[in-house]
Each structure stands twice: as C-alpha cells, then as structure tokens.
Design a binder for this molecule. Structure first.
Ligand code: DAH
Length: 335
C-alpha cells in the first residue's frame, strides 16, 4: 500500500475543503471531518502509520506530522480570514445609518461669568474665598454695623430658617448679601487683605424679569494701610474694562450702606445707558472694630456687584428667570 500516496491525497483533499469552506460553521465541519479525534479521516492515516514497515516508519512518521501541521495551520489561517470577512460585512456597522451625536455639556452662563470674574480679579491680586450660604445674624448684619431696627433685618425681607444655628444657637438665615464673607475673612486673617467672594444670596423679592429670590454677587474687600477711594475706583474701572472693553465708563453716586463710609452706588455705562451694578465704599470703622482691627491703623474699601446684571448684558438676555429654568434650548446657546 502506498502510504505516502494516501497522505498526499488526504492533504490535497483537506486543503481543498478548507479553501472551499464558505463560513466559520462550514470550516468547523471540515475540521471535524478530517481532523476530528473520534471519527475524522486522520484516524485512517494513523492506522496506516501503524501498518508501515519498520524501516519505512521514520519517513512515514515525519510525513504524517508534516501533513497534520500543514492542515492545522491552514484551518487556523482560514478561520482568521473568515472572521475578518464576517466582521467587514456584518450588519453591526452600517455606513448609511446616521451617526449618534455626542452632546457635550457646557458651563452655565452664570458660572462662565463667575469664572471670568475670578480670573480677572486674580490678575489684580485678589484671592477667591468662599463663605456659607446659611448665616447667623452676626455675620449677615451685626458685625456689618446693621442695627437691629434697620429695615434690611425685617424678617419679611429675609429667609430666616426655622432651625437655630448649630453653634451659636441664635437665629439663622440664608445670607442676603456676600458682605458676610468680609467679616468671616477679617475674623480669621490679619491685614493686608485682598479678597473676592462670588456666590449666591437670597431675598424674598417678588420675582419678575429683573428680580429673583436667589441671585449671585461678587464681593470685594481690600484692607491695608493708606487705602483710598481712588484705588477703589481704579480697581472697579480696570475690572470693567477688562470684562467689557475700554469704552466702558464707571460712575459713583453718593449713597448709604451701614458697613461703608462714605458709600456709593456704582454705575457702568454700556453704549448709551448707565446701569447700576452694585454698591461700594470705604470700610466703616465700626466694622473694623467688630472684627478687632484698629481703625486708626487700617483703611479698606469694599464692593458688592450683582453678577446677573453683567451676565444679562453680556449675553443679551432680557429676563433673569431664564437663567434658572434649566431649559436646555436656552442654556445651550451660551459657550
Ligand atoms: N451688600 C450690599 C447689597 O447687597 C452691596 C454692597 C454695598 C457691598 C457696599 C459692599 C459695599 O461691599 O461696600 O446690597
């Protein structure tokens, strides 16, 4: 019997069958038919191997291994090819289907303005500090020289909370101004001080296009020796120029705040209109005394600006309520 001839025939036939297998299932069938351990045709070859003459055995054995290796390699190669072809034609990737739009998030317009304010004031050397939104009367009123009978302390003009403060035990309220942070900073630091604080404040105002019961302020405080109102005006006008451009003007109008003396309202001119943007002044000596600073030694200026005002003007928004409605059609227009 021509054992080597039988091997050659087996090899040719199995390689042809492998090449003809149209998919992975067909290829698996070919593998079982030819190479299967239980009933594959390879078993016939093994039997022939056993029948070979003693001197023929080394040659036949070597050839048997070669054939087996060649077929295994061919099976593997064909499997890889079929898999790649299947992936290419598979319906999981249809180039004609519309893509999935990746919707990127963006910062809220007010957050954008807050970030820009921080950055601008940082360049003027002001550090950003934070304060709590739930305050006691000392920080919201008393240390700011706002007496008990001042209309700003009317319970109806503030959001007092029904619980007492955890530390002081006294009444607590949602802060009505960021000026509270002036006190908190001075209580913990010695001059010189140069800080801004940006955050939410709460007042039970009637809500309309320009009023909200929650809005944002930027508070500024500078304390040092030889501080003047001219420096206050310079800082605010430099700030306005940086944010809005060189044409913007700034104007002070005499006013009154319990925590500054003298006090001013700050207006900015955008185009033809003057707009009130906040209050400012020289820190009242009574405030210094309430935090243990010597008013003879130090002076300071402070300011509080409404952030929504800037934001509305900057983005051309005419109703403050839009900022808080979480309407993506509105919010996605900015940034
Ligand atoms: N806290 C004042 C308000 O909410 C604004 C203000 C006025 C802040 C004068 C100041 C200041 O720091 O000096 O109406």
């Amino acid at each position: 019997m021509d054992i080597l001839g039988a091997f050659a025939e087996f090899e040719t036939q199995s390689l042809a069958a492998i090449a003809a297998a149209a998919d992975e299932a067909a290829l698996e069938q070919v593998r079982v038919d030819y190479m299967g351990q239980k009933s594959g045709r390879i078993r016939d070859l093994q039997k022939l191997l056993g029948m070979a003459d003693k001197d023929q055995k080394p040659v036949v054995g070597k050839r048997f291994n070669e054939v087996r290796t060649a077929i295994s390699a061919a099976l593997e190669e064909r499997a890889v090819g079929l898999r790649a072809a299947a992936a290419e034609t598979s319906s999981s990737f249809d180039v004609t289907l519309p893509g999935t739009v990746q919707r990127g998030g963006r910062l809220h317009p007010i957050t954008q303005v807050i970030n820009e304010f921080r950055e601008l004031m940082g360049r003027f050397g002001f550090t950003v500090v934070d304060g709590p939104e739930i305050e006691d009367e000392r920080h919201n009123f008393e240390a700011l020289n706002i007496p008990e009978d001042h209309p700003a302390r009317d319970p109806l003009d503030n959001f007092y909370l029904a619980c007492a403060g955890a530390v002081s035990g006294g009444p607590v309220l949602l802060r009505s101004q960021t000026s509270t942070v002036q006190i908190r900073t001075m209580e913990q630091t010695q001059p010189p001080i140069r800080i801004v604080s940006l955050g939410r404040v709460y007042r039970p105002d009637t809500i309309d296009a320009t009023h909200s019961c929650m809005f944002h302020q930027m508070e500024g405080l500078l304390v040092d020796r030889h501080v003047t109102m001219a420096q206050l005006k310079t800082v605010l006008s430099q700030f306005a120029h940086s944010f809005l451009g060189p044409d913007v003007e700034i104007r002070f109008r005499p006013s009154f705040f319990p925590f500054t003396e003298p006090s001013v309202e700050v207006d900015m001119r955008w185009g033809d209109t003057w707009m009130e943007i906040g209050g400012a002044g020289m820190v009242d000596p009574a405030v210094f005394e309430s935090v243990g600073y010597d008013p003879e030694e130090y002076q300071g200026f402070a300011f509080g600006l409404g952030i929504e005002r800037f934001c509305m003007k900057h983005f051309g928004v005419d109703d403050i309520r839009r900022f808080y409605e979480n309407d993506l059609r509105f919010l996605s227009q900015f940034g």
